[in-house]
Design a protein around this ligand. Structure first.
Ligand code: MN
Length: 253
């Protein structure tokens, strides 16, 4: 097993036209990539395509923006969950387009968190658009810190919410687009260095009209390095160490 060089902890690998080639590219460039899914129906095919990959792992997801049409896939999610170490994309979205399904989203998210807590050892990548306080509240109620680990993807909460998330043991995956906003850049600058990961959220984030690819996290690593007064190599190493801690099996007592 070759050591990864980069981390893309949130990428919709199955939404690229060249899905299989993208996986090969992650292995060639040694990008530890979490392939998130938006519906449990996508899980078997994603597993199959990544089965031989050294650096790509697949997460079982049920995206909050799809809950309105796909709440009925929750039993399928629960059926696959014992085979999944990684879970995502899951979470809540209170943006105007999805607000109507918010009660359903909360039902689904609560069930997902409780099932993860029951099985233990899961690592979740969580969406929290306009719903950070609610997301943290559900985590606090349903997923004790010793029963699972949380990565908040594209976090845009307030400084107080960031502190609360840190206290709850959360990690944060940072993408290029987040660092375009001065407000969010300031927020990222205040997060603990040892809780930071990188992500692309490709293909939804683009550069020059082209979807970002996992290897493009290199740019975000450089920007984070600059913000923290580190060399890009030192920043990349720090992120790899953080990934190591995140995925390490929990100590048993
Ligand atoms: Mn996403």
């Amino acid at each position: 097993m070759t050591k990864p060089r980069w981390v893309d902890f949130h990428c919709h690998v199955d939404l690229y036209k060249d899905h299989a080639r993208l996986i090969a590219e992650c292995d060639a460039a040694r990008v530890a990539t979490l392939a998130v899914t938006t519906t449990p129906k996508a899980w078997p095919r994603n597993r199959e395509l990544a089965a031989a990959s050294q650096h790509v792992r697949v997460a079982l997801g049920l995206h909050p923006q799809l809950v309105a049409e796909r709440e009925n896939e929750l039993p399928l999610f629960e059926r696959y969950l014992p085979d999944a170490r990684y879970v995502g994309e899951v979470g809540l979205d209170a943006g105007p387009r999805y607000y109507r399904s918010f009660p359903a989203q909360e039902r689904v998210f609560e069930r997902v968190l409780r099932a993860c807590a029951e099985q233990g050892g899961k690592i979740l990548t969580i969406h929290s658009v306009r719903a950070v306080a609610k997301v943290l509240q559900h985590i606090e109620q349903a997923l004790p810190q010793d029963r699972g680990r949380i990565v908040l993807h594209w976090f845009t909460g307030t400084p107080a919410e960031a502190r609360r998330a840190v206290e709850l043991g959360c990690y944060f995956s940072i993408n290029r687009e987040m660092l375009r906003s001065p407000k969010h850049q300031k927020l990222v600058a205040a997060l603990p260095l040892d809780r930071l990961l990188t992500e692309t959220d490709g293909p939804f984030v683009e550069s020059d009209g082209q979807p970002l690819r996992p290897r493009d996290v290199a740019t975000t690593v450089s920007e984070l390095a600059h913000m923290r007064g580190l060399t890009p190599d030192a920043m990349a190493d720090t992120i790899l160490q953080t990934l190591g801690r995140l995925v390490a099996p929990a100590a048993t007592s």
